[in-house]
Design a protein around this ligand. Structure first.
Ligand code: JFZ
Length: 455
């Protein structure tokens, strides 16, 4: 009897149990909204009256035009004019779309902090007399959303930030405004730690720290005093979840799902989840936590010239595809300089929300199924295995959906969002069924299979 009373988790190290607990909401939620918003948003892909590049990566505009930080600040600050209540619009949009959390840029690579920082004047507190982090956190909490802080460890503004990695050549600070020569990177690390301390001390619970990012030859301990940084964050925010981008080594999950199709385990001392960017991996892996972050067009920060919008259907398929592989989807919006969300993004989020209203059981609390994804779509499963969800992307010509390897216990079928029962033929573990007329009106129709007579 004694052994029966001991929960299996007690056999694990306490850290492992704590980690399982803090991951729970995130694994269940599956869908978050990412926000890239800062000084670059007002520039909107234009510098000196000219369009910069085609599209893509406008949060990098300072680098793209090789502006020093003073010229950049001079041009960008007057165009960054957050309207009152902008954050409430974001939070309501996320909520309506069915997102369970919001991760936003507290500071991007340009170094401009959205909070009111005591250790910098390059912040919203000094330039606008506002604390935008507080406004955003308050708005998200009011909608019952979890909140995550994206924080760039790269900093093109700080005068002691010393490192130029291969993706930042030529050095962002080369020559101007700070003279070349000795920089004391330890001073930058102090600054980084001090600003992070403000963020984790002054805004209540922080649910996610989303670090960004390290170079292959400059990462981890050397670059950011990373283990110390993580320890300090965890001490003040015991429930926080962190990504792995303070590092760039295989043990931290790099060279794994960054590349399509290959998976690796992640040692949690480097972070709680890995972050495939702009793609959905070929397959997932039980026990590995990952989150694909993705833009709706091609840029993270607002670019008025980028009209390469993905369709709502593509976005819903991505969400389903990701959940069928055990991952999360962090879908980005890039608001304008006044905090308005581009109309195309609003429409996409609303369309996803309408789909979620009918089909969210296939997403929340769902994960990868033991049943192989069929050619015509994806399969997700509730964590307890009581239900599986057949998500239909492309109905075969003959209208017949065939699935192999479905245990006999699954005996009831229902079309989500309707009261319609779905009949199927079973031959051993092979099922054959067809979608009822009208099911094709949904962006992705979902058939729920349950055990026994449970609906
Ligand atoms: C980074 C940022 O540079 C980008 O602006 C955006 O915030 C995105 C979410 O994250 O993009 C990266 C990060 C890492 C690599 C490439 C792009 N990388 O390691 O090759």
């Amino acid at each position: 009897l004694a052994t029966l009373l001991v929960p299996p988790a007690a056999a694990q190290a306490p850290e492992a149990t704590e980690r399982e607990e803090r991951m729970q909401w995130w694994r269940d939620g599956r869908f978050g909204m990412f926000v890239h918003w800062g000084l670059y948003s007002g520039l909107a892909g234009t510098w000196d009256g000219k369009q910069v590049g085609d599209r893509g990566g406008m949060e990098w505009i300072q680098q793209r035009v090789r502006a020093d930080t003073d010229a950049y600040a001079k041009a960008a600050i007057p165009l960054f004019k957050p309207k009152p209540g902008f954050a409430t619009e974001w939070a309501r949009l996320a909520k309506q779309a069915g997102c369970r959390y919001v991760v936003f840029t507290t500071k991007h690579h340009d170094g401009f902090a959205l909070h009111d920082s005591a250790v910098s004047d390059y912040d919203a507190g000094s330039t606008l007399g506002r604390d935008l982090v507080r406004e955003i956190v308050d708005a998200c909490r009011a909608e019952g959303l979890r909140v995550g802080f994206y924080h760039s460890v790269i900093d093109w503004h700080h005068d002691q930030y010393a490192y130029a990695n291969s993706q930042q050549l030529p050095h962002p600070l080369k020559g101007k405004p700070y003279p070349n020569g000795q920089r004391d990177h330890a001073k930058y690390v102090d600054y980084l730690h001090a600003q992070v301390d403000e963020l984790i001390s002054n805004y209540g619970p922080v649910d996610v720290m989303w670090w960004d990012y390290s170079a292959i030859d400059y990462q981890g301990e050397e670059a950011w005093d990373a283990f110390n940084l993580m320890r300090k964050v965890r001490a003040k925010q015991p429930g926080v979840i962190m990504n792995n981008r303070l590092f760039r080594i295989p043990e931290a999950g790099w060279e794994s799902m960054q590349m399509a199709g290959i998976s690796a385990r992640l040692d949690p001392k480097y972070g709680d989840f890995i972050t495939p960017e702009q793609h959905v991996p070929e397959e997932g892996m039980p026990g590995l936590d990952w989150e694909t972050c993705m833009t709706m067009n091609t840029t993270w920060g607002y670019n008025r010239h980028d009209d390469a919008w993905k369709s709502p259907e593509t976005l819903v398929r991505n969400l389903v595809d990701i959940v069928s592989k055990g991952g999360n989807y962090l879908l980005n919006i890039g608001p304008t300089g006044d905090g308005s969300v581009p109309q195309e993004s609003v429409e996409c989020m609303k369309a996803i929300g309408e789909w979620m209203d009918d089909n969210s059981p296939a997403i929340y609390g769902a994960t990868l199924s033991e049943i192989k994804n069929p050619s015509w779509g994806r399969i997700t499963a509730s964590r307890d295995g009581d239900a599986i969800f057949l998500c239909v992307f492309d109905t075969p010509e003959d209208g017949k959906l065939l699935i192999e390897g479905v245990p006999a216990a699954y005996s009831q079928g229902k079309l989500l969002g309707t009261e319609m029962d779905i009949e199927f033929d079973r031959d051993g573990e092979t099922l054959r069924l067809r979608l009822p007329d009208g099911a094709g009106d949904s962006l992705v129709p979902v058939i729920q299979l349950t055990k026994g007579d449970r609906h």
